[in-house]
Design a binder for this molecule. Structure first.
Ligand SMILES: NC(=O)c1ccc[n+]([C@@H]2O[C@H](COP(=O)([O-])OP(=O)(O)OC[C@H]3O[C@@H](n4cnc5c(N)ncnc54)[C@H](O)[C@@H]3O)[C@@H](O)[C@H]2O)c1
Ligand SMILES: O=C(O)C[C@H](O)C(=O)O
Ligand SMILES: [Mn+2]
Length: 654
């Protein structure tokens, strides 16, 4: 089912396909006049100067369990250093050496006992938001215990730490606030931005293994990954101001849980350019900058300053853009994607997972991707990211042209079906999907007086095989709509992807029942299995968390300068190849999110191999592994590079 592609074909897909001129795209302006020249000129030389030390540093975690961490932190300060704190698990010897006797009860409890106690405490928290707060405070007390607890109860606790639990925690941030975690870059303080970032580095350095630190070539290698949001479109709950730090923190934790990226090598950031959320704004307890959102040139300069400082301070780091608003997400991606290693998770991560799920769905229906009629409901960042990725899949895997591929989509936004006569009101990302108006002449319509065509009409007239929801419009896929779709297709493919749970376009159990168990389903947030006529169907959780950890790990290991379309496609195919539905047509279209760690090994390996094929890998050790020169398979190397939540011995040095 997965067609081997040529290098040339690969070079055509994904990002490089988006060549239509746009006022925002740096590719349309000569670099000498480009407003982004500063980024272009700085990114290059910094990369050139930097030694290829990545694998050595990552490899330092490979001897993870046995090699002591050397530190000069003692006593209460040690107990207050989450990276090093072991609580009741400090050994007798460590207690004596580090001056901890008298500060902890006598008994020594190992990690297993600590996890049991922590889980018990967590269970006592009556609500999701209090459970989330408990996890946040555990993360701030004892990093190993937090990650071990999460890992041992991953399926259950992901729903608290990540979607849907994170949504409540984001909204309630100013109420839940205790000790700040993460990095806060506020517009009015931007003159001190560099010093603020440096202060984070300093605090990370203090907690780091001092031997590894001394071996490091320079401070540039301290951070592998920056997860940054400006909090304007958090999940489906919109502008949440400074509370968005919680989404950066949750995504960062998923990188550690899902791909073993060392927690201290990730910088979770919220950019605070104000908020237009009046509920937050008028709340006396709101902790962010109390101004309406800064927009336009001032906003762009603020973001660019942040990117510049990150490039200078952490030239190795991959930048993950999360939950930026509709007006900025695609624009910022277009501005930076060909210049620095970065991606937008809502656009590209979501598109990648959706394409993987669709590849497995068309495997079940034994049809081609390019034969599908696809309705995308909610033509925003995620919706258009998904459309672009599917289109690239059609072109690359099945060899059709972009124009042919465009015709397979009907995209609907607030004003109805996107049609050409909408002209200037269409956003750049939507343009190529607008349908000719003539096509709709003679369409049956529920309401002949309305100005556009809405979901019911489109479903009735187009008879889609695939319906994707990224609208934040809860319950938009009604019984009528789903039944209408199911009249015309044997196995309707229906993906209500909006998060959190309450905003899903439909409950998969309803869709399963309305289609007599025929629908192939995927959701954004977790849902329980569906039952119909004694048959159980497992809806896939189509969340970008299934791919971004592996995508990040593969990119970091390769030290590729940018993420190429081919790297994306390799990761997508690796994920699709793990789909349970490949072996059982009634099984889930994607692997379970609880298996994300193993999924990430395969996704990262595919990305690393692809980066090597394209000559993008700048890490010598990784190159040797891929070329079989180190006697270790790539998957084995990747597994060995992943950080595990285990206590390492501590050694006091002066
Ligand atoms: N499953 C995943 O991995 C995943 C990833 C990213 C986003 N999402 C979810 O997708 C949703 C959208 O996220 P986004 O980042 O694209 O937001 P966005 O604001 O960029 O896009 C939402 C789009 O939906 C449109 N819309 C709103 N109401 C509508 C309606 N009634 N009818 C038709 N269109 C309507 C908006 O005009 C906008 O274009 C969110 O709920 C988010 O949680 C899911
Ligand atoms: O955060 C998630 O759960 C997925 C996605 O990035 C979203 O914004 O909904
Ligand atoms: Mn998101």
């Amino acid at each position: 089912m997965f067609v081997q592609r040529s290098r040339n074909a690969r070079a055509l897909v994904g990002r490089s396909l988006h060549t239509t001129p746009t006022p925002h795209s740096p590719t349309t302006t000569p670099s000498s006049q480009s407003p982004y020249t500063s980024v272009l000129s700085r990114a290059g030389p910094l990369y050139e100067q930097e030694p290829a030390v990545a694998s050595r540093l990552i490899a330092s975690s490979r001897t993870k369990n046995l090699v002591p961490i050397k530190t000069n932190i003692r006593g209460t300060e040690l107990l207050n250093t989450p990276r090093l704190n072991k609580g009741a698990a400090f050994t007798r010897e460590e207690r004596a050496i580090f001056g901890l006797e008298g500060m902890i009860p006598y008994e020594i409890h190992d990690l297993t006992k600590q996890v049991a106690r922590a889980y018990h405490q967590l269970q006592k928290q009556p609500t999701v938001i209090l459970k989330h707060a408990f996890l946040a405070s555990m993360r701030d007390q004892n990093q190993v215990l937090f990650y071990r607890l999460m890992q041992d109860h991953l399926k259950e606790l992901l729903g608290i730490l990540y979607t849907p639990g994170a949504a409540e925690a984001v909204m309630g941030y100013s109420y839940l606030f205790r000790r700040p975690l993460g990095c806060f870059i506020s517009f009015p303080n931007q003159d001190g931005m560099r010093a603020q970032l440096e202060a984070h580095v300093e605090s990370l350095e203090k907690q780091a293994d001092l031997t590894a630190l001394a071996e490091r070539a320079d401070s540039s290698s301290l951070i592998d990954l920056i997860v940054v949001t400006d909090s304007e479109a958090v999940l489906g709950i919109g502008d949440q101001g400074v509370g968005g730090i919680t989404i950066s923190l949750s995504k960062a934790a998923l990188y550690t849980l899902g791909a073993g990226i060392q927690p201290n090598r990730i910088l979770p950031v919220v950019l605070d350019p104000g908020t237009d959320n009046h509920i937050q704004f008028s709340d006396p307890l709101y902790l962010g900058w109390k101004r309406g959102r800064v927009r336009g040139k001032l906003y762009d300069k603020f973001v660019d300053k942040f990117i510049q400082h990150c490039r200078e301070l952490f030239p190795n780091a991959l930048i993950h853009f999360e939950d930026f608003g509709l007006q900025n997400a695609q624009r910022l991606l277009d501005k930076y994607k060909d210049v620095i290693p970065c991606f937008n998770d809502d656009i590209e991560g979501t598109g990648a997972v959706a394409l993987a799920a669709l590849l497995s769905a068309v495997g079940v229906t034994k049809s081609k991707l390019s034969e599908q009629r696809i309705v995308v409901y909610g033509a925003g960042s995620a919706g258009m990211g998904i459309a672009d990725q599917i289109r690239d899949g059609m072109m690359l895997l099945e060899g059709i042209t972009k124009e042919e591929a465009n015709k397979r989509f009907w995209c609907i936004d607030r004003n109805g079906l996107l049609v050409e006569s909408m002209g200037n009101s269409l956003r750049h990302a939507q343009l190529s999907y607008a349908r000719p108006d003539e096509e709709c002449v003679g369409w049956d319509t529920e309401n002949p007086d309305q100005k556009g065509y809405y979901l019911q009409d489109v479903i009735h007239n187009v008879k889609p095989t695939i319906l994707i929801g990224t609208s934040t419009h809860a319950r938009a896929f009604t019984e009528d709509i789903v039944k209408e779709m199911a009249k015309h297709v044997e196995r309707p493919i229906i993906f209500p992807l909006s998060n959190p749970t309450a905003l899903a376009e439909c409950d998969p159990s309803d869709a399963n029942t309305w289609t007599e168990g025929r629908a192939l389903l995927a959701t954004g947030s977790p849902f329980p299995p569906c039952e119909y006529n004694g048959k159980t169907y497992i809806p896939a959780q189509n969340n970008n968390a299934l791919i971004y950890p592996g995508l990040g790990l593969g990119t970091i290991l390769s030290r590729a300068r940018t993420i190429s379309p081919g790297m994306f496609m390799a990761g997508i195919q690796a994920l699709a190849n793990l789909a349970p539905a490949l072996h059982d047509p009634n099984a889930s279209l994607l692997p379970d999110l609880a298996e994300v760690r193993e999924v990430s090994v395969h996704v990262a390996a595919a990305i690393v191999r692809q980066a090597c094929k394209e000559g993008r890998t700048r890490d010598e050790t990784v190159l040797k592994v891929v070329n079989g020169q180190l006697g270790e398979g790539l998957e084995e190397f990747i597994r060995g590079s992943m950080w595990d939540p285990v206590y390492r011995p501590l050694e006091l040095i002066d």
